[in-house]
Design a protein around this ligand. Structure first.
Ligand code: GAP
Length: 507
């Protein structure tokens, strides 16, 4: 029996589980995959849909002040000029001319090697949770290999955006270990370009949207004119976004095609934006808890004022403790009236709201909670994964892998298991129950193998409950054995109780 992986080393185990059980596959794997793109398998598609459905139900259907829309992925290119994406949606890029590899300048760190107050060379390392340690080791190796005598100063890491022009030729490429091949950082626009129509010139250039948010701003007037909405109100959308990330990484955490769930909450220009911002941070946190993320893994990060865009009043990220570090999960931004004003300016059409009370027109301000479905998916799996030793009735101990998923997001809600597959009366009763349950819930029917093995298979994919149809079911009172995933406790349950339990816990 091997030891369960430490949380910090969980990713390899999780990626393997996702592949083995059909949650996530590399995209186009038969052709070697495509970096930054992923496919969701049968269980992954269910889990992802459940995350989307929970968000849509809680954010849109169960509220009176928010409506949902679905806008096109390719929009008029002027949208992206107005939003600032054409000019400014860039990451700093460094090329390695020798290896042809590309690095994000703010993720490539370097340090001068200083011995007895003199710079004797440079070392570099890609960002990790121990960048400074790696650079220190590299500096020690540098000094030892060249037999340099003297006292090595502790390294002072900087990233490539901070490199002076004269330092760049001296910094080794992480790809080759040799200096001389890195270019100075340049701005790289992350929008994917495409052409609309048969003509291929500048006038036909369009973009795959890098965020869903602009759809809500561009349609603001249409929604106000048709949706009978009154301030404060929100427009929400779920959909794919595309970013040509220089370094997609950490599995589905940062990919080039991903899905966003964004909501623009429009408020009066004189409203207390800070209060509203805080309420949305709390709402988002509460929602994450409701789908099973543990509070201990969540924290908040307030963007420093000096790093905010000029129009931004404040941005707070809800951070999640992933195995590879604490990272942004959900950004909640107070964006003033910048977006609506920009679209009014670029389209030449006023975008305003008429206040019945004051009989005045104004441009509403907005609070924007924006989150990635894939990042929630990964957070949910990281928090749910467990390995534990279990001992059966005969005293045999084995390791079980269990995904402690909330019933709200679990891909399969209940597995229906006839105790024996060669007893037609048990099989018929189990199939009958399965038929009735699957009209409403995602259920799984399994008659193959020993019952203990069948439980383990369901534990590994996070199924919260298994029901076993045994001889008592058909010969006595019609009850089934209900087995709970986390406690592994078993109890007898009637069919109507089972339906009531599911109704109560899965939506
Ligand atoms: N409209 C605001 C906006 O798009 P963002 O912080 O760039 O803000 C919002 O993105 C959320 O989208 C992030 O908090 C993250 O959850 C998700 N996201 C952004 N880039 C992503 C990527 N490359 N891969 C997966 N998710 C991403």
């Amino acid at each position: 029996m091997s030891n369960p992986p430490e949380y910090a080393n969980l990713m390899e185990t999780l990626v393997a589980l996702c592949k083995r059980r059909g949650f996530v596959f590399p995209s186009s794997e038969i052709y070697g995959g495509l970096n930054g793109f992923f496919d969701y398998g049968p269980l992954g598609a269910e889990l992802k849909k459940n995350i989307r459905d929970c968000w849509w139900n809680d954010m849109v259907r169960r509220r009176e002040d928010i409506v949902g829309i679905e806008t096109s992925i390719i929009m008029h290119p002027k949208v992206w000029e107005a939003s600032g994406h054409v000019a400014g949606f860039t990451d700093p890029l460094v090329d390695c001319k020798a290896s042809k590899q590309r690095f994000r300048a703010d993720q490539l760190f370097f340090a001068p090697v200083i011995v007895d107050d003199a710079v004797v060379g440079y070392v570099s390392a890609l960002e990790s949770d121990r960048t400074a340690g790696e650079l220190q080791e590299a500096a020690e190796n540098f000094k030892r290999k060249r037999a340099i005598q003297g006292k090595l100063a502790p390294v002072q890491p900087r990233d490539m955006t901070e490199a002076k022009p004269e330092e760049i030729p001296l910094i080794p490429s992480p790809a080759t270990g040799e200096p001389g091949s890195l270019t100075p950082p340049r701005a790289f626009n992350m929008m994917f370009e495409t052409q609309v129509g048969a003509l291929r010139d500048a006038s036909s250039t369009a973009y795959l949207r890098p965020e869903t948010a602009q759809g809500m701003f561009a349609d603001f007037k249409n929604v106000v004119d048709t949706g009978r909405v009154k301030l404060p109100f929100g427009i929400a959308q779920i959909g794919k976004s595309f970013r040509n990330e220089i370094t997609p990484r950490n599995f589905i955490f940062r990919s080039r095609e991903f899905e966003q769930m964004e909501m623009e909450y429009f408020i009066h220009e004189d409203a207390d934006w800070a209060k509203c911002h805080r309420e949305w941070i709390d709402w988002c946190k509460g929602w994450l808890l409701s789908i099973g993320l543990p509070e201990s893994h969540l924290s908040e990060y307030d963007h420093p004022r000096e790093k905010l865009a000029f129009y931004s009043k404040g941005t707070t990220d809800i951070m999640f403790k992933y195995p590879f570090g604490v990272q942004e999960l959900w950004g909640i931004a107070a964006r003033g009236n910048y977006d609506l004003s920009q679209h009014a300016k670029f389209s030449g059409k006023p975008i305003e709201y008429f206040d019945e009370a004051t009989k005045k027109k104004f441009t509403p301000h907005v609070i924007e909670p924006a989150v990635g479905v894939d990042r929630i998916f990964l957070a949910v799996l990281c928090a749910a994964y467990a390995e534990e030793a279990v001992t059966d009735d005969k005293g045999n101990t084995e390791m079980r892998v269990v995904l402690r998923l909330s019933p709200r997001v679990a891909p399969v809600k209940v597995a229906v298991l006839p105790l024996l597959k060669n007893k037609p009366e048990l099989v018929a009763r189990a199939q009958d129950l399965h038929r009735r349950l699957k009209r409403k819930f995602a259920v799984f029917y399994d008659e193959g193998g020993a019952i203990g093995r069948r439980y383990r298979r369901q534990d590994e994919i996070g199924t919260p409950w298994c029901v076993t149809i045994d001889f008592d079911t058909i010969e006595k009172d019609g009850t089934f054995t209900l087995r709970e995933r986390d406690s592994m406790q078993q109890r007898r349950i009637r069919e109507e109780e089972l339906f009531a339990l599911l109704e109560d816990r899965v939506f």
